[in-house]
Design a protein around this ligand. Structure first.
Ligand SMILES: C[S@@+](CC[C@H](N)C(=O)[O-])C[C@H]1O[C@@H](n2cnc3c(N)ncnc32)[C@H](O)[C@@H]1O
Length: 295
């Protein structure tokens, strides 16, 4: 199919990829930039503001990049994490005693508590590789939120428009210590693969995994189906480039959007040039009356 992206309808769908020991060992090193205060501080500021002193729950908490500094701000945080190895890394860190982690799948795992804030960052909604399971993530977030609470999702806008005509891959990182290529393998199910070659202290780490890219409109629909309404979107954690699509139509008041409970997300693209061209998706969601409860 010259000039078109390949569509593979019979692509084998996979469940969430489990981040095993090898990946957990190098996660912090390979994502060192995401741990820098310039990236983390605005995120922590905003999450703390949104929690308004109430408890927070991170889906896919990983090695604790976000909950540890959030806890240090005085916010009680718990996490759900699929990978024992990632959770073990978190538990080995100073301050981890104060962050309870439940091993489980964020599509279905329930933890005790009534949360003011549930958040899912670092594009991790895309680690859930089917539409149905992504929808289940929204259901599970709603089940853990108290009325009026916020679900914050940080995720990149799909980069399909960066793929040259006739090709199905693009280089998204080209550094001396990290080359990354993504291949758009299944346009029907929105499954792409991310391939990495990373140099960690002289050791070559390779990693390939599928993810399900998801458009803002589809996230909006998933959210609505579970009783959320979109309160705001941003292209960064400093609340850059507010898109006010829902302000009038959704009946939200100006004061809410500007006020302390304005919901927002940021993005962690490593490619500022892409951010400039495409912006990034930033979805902020606030719950209505959660339709189901875990407890
Ligand atoms: C990109 S890392 C993000 C970790 C952390 N949130 C951060 O910002 O550093 C993705 C994490 O999501 C976890 N994960 C993937 N699918 C999951 C699922 N279905 N339920 C819970 N955790 C999941 C992985 O094990 C991994 O720790």
């Amino acid at each position: 199919m010259d000039g078109e992206l390949r569509v593979t309808a019979d692509f084998a769908l996979v469940a969430s990829i489990v981040w095993e020991h090898d990946l957990a060992e190098v996660y912090d090193a390979t994502n060192a930039k995401e741990f820098e205060p310039s990236v983390l501080d605005p995120m922590i500021d905003l999450l703390a503001e949104l929690a308004q002193g109430g408890p927070a729950l991170e889906f896919a908490v990983g090695t604790g990049r976000v909950p540890l500094p959030l806890r240090a701000r005085g916010i009680a945080v718990q996490g759900i994490e699929l990978s024992e190895s990632m959770a073990a890394k978190l538990r080995s860190k100073v301050g981890a005693d104060a962050v309870a982690v439940t091993i489980g799948d964020m599509t279905s795992t329930c933890v005790a508590g009534d949360f003011a804030l549930v958040y899912l960052v670092a594009n991790t909604i895309m680690n859930v590789t089917t539409q149905e399971e992504q929808l289940a993530v929204f259901a599970n977030a709603a089940a853990h939120l108290r009325g009026g609470g916020c679900f914050v999702v940080e995720v990149i806008v799909p980069q399909l428009r960066r793929v040259p005509p006739g090709e199905r891959a693009r280089v998204f990182t080209l550094d001396l210590d990290h080359v990354g290529i993504e291949t758009f393998d299944d346009l029907v199910h929105q499954v792409a693969w991310s391939h990495h070659w990373i140099n960690v202290a002289g050791r070559l780490i390779t990693h390939s995994a599928p993810y399900r890219y998801v458009w803002p409109s589809e996230l909006d629909l998933m959210a609505k189906l579970h009783g959320f309404r979109c309160r705001n979107r941003w292209s960064g954690w400093k609340c850059e480039h507010r898109i006010r699509k829902y302000e009038s139509g959704g009946g939200l008041r100006e004061g809410i959007l500007r006020g302390i409970d304005a919901t927002a997300v940021g993005h962690t693209s490593r490619q500022p040039q892409l951010r400039r061209v495409f912006g990034t998706l930033a979805v902020g969601l606030v719950s209505g009356d959660p339709p189901l409860r875990c407890r």
